[in-house]
Ligand binder design. Sequence first.
Ligand SMILES: *[C@@H]1O[C@H](CO)[C@@H](O)[C@H](O)[C@H]1NC(C)=O
Ligand SMILES: *[C@@H]1O[C@H](CO)[C@@H](O)[C@H](O)[C@H]1NC(C)=O
Ligand SMILES: *[C@@H]1O[C@H](CO)[C@@H](O)[C@H](O)[C@H]1NC(C)=O
Ligand SMILES: *[C@@H]1O[C@H](CO)[C@@H](O)[C@H](O)[C@H]1NC(C)=O
Ligand SMILES: *[C@@H]1O[C@H](CO)[C@@H](O)[C@H](O)[C@H]1NC(C)=O
Ligand SMILES: *[C@@H]1O[C@H](CO)[C@@H](O)[C@H](O)[C@H]1NC(C)=O
Ligand SMILES: *[C@@H]1O[C@H](CO)[C@@H](O)[C@H](O)[C@H]1NC(C)=O
Ligand SMILES: *[C@@H]1O[C@H](CO)[C@@H](O)[C@H](O)[C@H]1NC(C)=O
Length: 908
Amino acid sequence: MDYLLCLCLCILLIHHFFTITISADQNGFLSLSCGGTASFVDNLNISWVPDNPFVTKGSTTTVNFTEGSSLSQVPLRFFLNSQQGRKCYRVPVKNMSSPVLVRPQFYYKNYDGLGKPPTFSVSLGTATVTTVNLTNSDPWIEEFVWPVTKDVLSMCLHSIPDNGYPVISSLEIRPLPQGAYGSGMGDFPNKSLRKSYRVNCGYTNGSMRYPFDSYDRIWDDDRNFAPSHLSTGFNIQLPFNLSGIKETPPVGVLQSARVLARRNYLTYNFPLNKLGDYHIALYFAGVLRVSPTFDVLINGNVVSSNFTVKSIQASALFLTMKEIRSLNVTFKNISFYPQVNAIEVYELVDIPLESSSTTVSALQVIKQYSGLELEWEDDPCYPTPWKHIRCEGSLVTSLELSDSNLRSVSPTFSDLLDLKTLDLHNTSLTGQIQNLASLQELEKLNLSYNQLTSFGSDFATLTSLKTLDLQNNSLKGTVPESLGNLKNLKLLNLENNELGGTLPQSLNKKSLEVRMSGNMCLSFSTSTCNDRSDNNTIEPPQVTIFTRKKTSGHHRTAIIIGTIVGVLCAIIFLALLTLLYIRKKKGTEDRYTKGGTSDLRNWNSAKILTYKEIKAATNNFKEVIGRGSFGSVYIGKFPEGKLVAVKVRFDKTQLGVDSFINEVYVLSQIRHQNLVTLEGFCSESKQQILVYEFLAGGSLADNLYGPNSKKVSLSWVRRLKIAVDAAKGLDYLHNGSNPRIIHRDVKCSNILLDSEMNAKVSDFGLSKQISQADVTHVTTVVKGTAGYLDPEYYSTQQLTEKSDVYSFGVVLLELICGREPLCRAGAPDSYNLVLWAKPYLQAGIFEIVDDCLRGNYDVESMRKTAAVASRCVERDASQRPTMAEVLAELKEAYNIQLSFLASIGYAH
Ligand SMILES: *[C@@H]1O[C@H](CO)[C@@H](O)[C@H](O)[C@H]1NC(C)=O
Ligand SMILES: *[C@@H]1O[C@H](CO)[C@@H](O)[C@H](O)[C@H]1NC(C)=O
Ligand SMILES: *[C@@H]1O[C@H](CO)[C@@H](O)[C@H](O)[C@H]1NC(C)=O
Ligand SMILES: *[C@@H]1O[C@H](CO)[C@@H](O)[C@H](O)[C@H]1NC(C)=O
Ligand SMILES: *[C@@H]1O[C@H](CO)[C@@H](O)[C@H](O)[C@H]1NC(C)=O
Ligand SMILES: *[C@@H]1O[C@H](CO)[C@@H](O)[C@H](O)[C@H]1NC(C)=O
Ligand SMILES: *[C@@H]1O[C@H](CO)[C@@H](O)[C@H](O)[C@H]1NC(C)=O
Ligand SMILES: *[C@@H]1O[C@H](CO)[C@@H](O)[C@H](O)[C@H]1NC(C)=O
């Protein structure tokens, strides 16, 4: 195993080296000549490359200008307003340590002959970092210390109306030592630093950079800081002990110092251009034979008293000052001469939180479905919101996709949990209103001008809804009671549908405006239509604004008849209900009391728990270990010490108490070594809680992608073992259990690992049971997860076991390629794993196999797995293998890999 690990690491390192040499030079520097056409090496021996692989927009030119007596020629790229969307550089920083130094340079130099220098703003990632005003300085040079958290750094230029076109000439990226400039920043997380000053104190002979500074920071000389007559330069060669300061200036900078002589104070005044928070780094090196001691003051306040610089040693002070408008740094004499060797001053720039990745991938999937050409890249909210989207902070609260071709409200919408406004008018929606139940913040829902036919059950949970516009659809039947429970509803527009019958009386209130014209026969009283025929073409008045009506005498008879009918119906209904209840109860009791049978054992092993017990076990729902559209999962511990995963369903509207009990009963009977065991449940005061065994190894998704990903240790043989385990579990659900069960949400995060890396399938609570043996499919509301959804199920809404096979195929592809099903980094055509990987795998091209696996897999074993994975994700369900066939193939692939390992001398 160690050998394999090493092999894998070696390959990683080779790969690492390879990627670096593609873009960055031997120092890890990446230098883009913006608008440049050829690569070149400059007089500092830094390699420059043209910027076009990293930017897709803009026009290029070269500008000539004289500087002093010499003629300079600088390429530049400018961005006209006619270009839509964000104007961005996307630079790979995958193999760079964090943070990096980002240095863009902006030249105008009247390249367009208009004599109007532009002003524009610049963003890095989600942060708007600066406004460049080329009237004030041309060129304009910025430096940022940027924490690397993603594989790609995007830097965008944003024009300001009437202020010309953004323009840029170069962009330099320099890796800094891991963790540099983090000292003293504990109270200021998620900030970038924007350089205000970097002074090589006591040195007056020009600026210093690479190769003197191996990180290529530019150290300005000390000429510009008054009062200069106090300055004394030292140029003493000393072997400084530089250890312990990550961001240490180069020795060349430390060799000079500004030293106070014959006065009490040595002061630097730094003009600041705005009120803000600033980070200050002061560097000291013992260039004198004595150890001077002094106080350090910032803006008159002592920040370090009795600071001593020891001979031949380097030290540093890092300080962060809040809300300052001006800055002076003073060194106050105590003994010998106060000195300072280098000073850096940075403005702290906020980095707004990114939107949740669930939201972003849901939006990407919706974009694909919509067929709209949208430039939705990077973060939806920052630096400026995507088109069609509005945000509050990093939450996407509004989505308006009208006039597109969505066809149905796909399950991905249920991931947009923060939406307050959803406008899908005129998007060709058909069928049921669905997949919206989880959008509990939703206030405004516009589904008008579609071909929706039924209300579905989602409205019961949309309690924040204020405006609901369903006009001009094909809604049939009666208006469901659940609409009446929407307490905050102010406007309900049902115009021009095919609705009939009585509106729920709870909608009959002053605070609510109901528009219902253009329907067959819709009103608050049962009688309105009785004197008319059921003629579809009757035109009711165009707009009905409801005000409380008195029941007129004319209607009374009808109401009495209506009431009698109603009462009769109610009696019959109640009788049926009672009958059903008695039967159910009897059934339940049967299950509780049947003694000695295996049934009892299983049912009892899934204990009935009280809400109180669960509250105690989870320490009042303290620690969330997972979240999904079904609700949250908490970790819990029973008094006897057993750890459990507690799943609190919030889509309780979708399951009545009876069906919940029924489902729990079915689940509790399923026992298989590759299925997560149900330990207990609670069905109390509207709570539906399932308690499962806790698996210490986390989910396969955590292992492959999580922050503590153990991807490297997931060798091919381990991945195959996991695949075989999961296939066994699914095969059992499909073929071994009674009733047969379709999982409906097979994905990596639903495959859990125990401490020995045995895999178990979880979350078949969403499952659909097929009770009759001969039924081949069930028609359902489409459920599932973006990226794993069977396209045929999606289009036909007919669920079969083959939908699970499809999703499992996606899992296999993830194991092979080591990437997520939907992945925004990288080229657009690699976005969808299935579309991207299938052609390669079918052709037996294994270039796309996870880098971590290179060289440690048997080709035949990989070929077999790739072939079965490709067949699983066939679009046509009938072409897909059954789970049993998949399992057989995977077992073979596993055995081949085992023999391969044995042949190279490795016991499994
Ligand atoms: C410039 O860099 C190259 C490697 O890219 C190196 O071989 C060469 O020695 C360097 N030249 C100088 C003058 O540093
Ligand atoms: C700049 O000078 C180069 C030759 O040195 C010339 O080819 C180019 O056209 C000039 N560009 C402009 C905008 O004048
Ligand atoms: C380099 O990139 C590889 C993937 O290409 C990644 O696994 C590795 O961790 C990276 N190395 C560093 C030092 O970031
Ligand atoms: C740019 O700077 C100039 C000169 O200071 C000023 O007049 C102009 O208003 C600035 N432009 C913007 C957009 O702030
Ligand atoms: C900083 O960012 C990380 C991830 O980007 C986030 O988890 C954390 O909450 C943020 N901290 C603050 C104080 O915003
Ligand atoms: C430095 O700043 C403090 C507070 O802002 C001020 O009182 C003091 O006069 C300043 N010293 C100099 C030399 O500018
Ligand atoms: C200042 O430091 C020196 C030596 O580091 C020490 O002898 C002296 O007592 C200190 N003075 C004060 C006021 O702390
Ligand atoms: C429905 O109304 C139309 C005209 O409004 C009439 O021609 C037709 O006969 C009516 N149908 C019935 C079943 O009353």
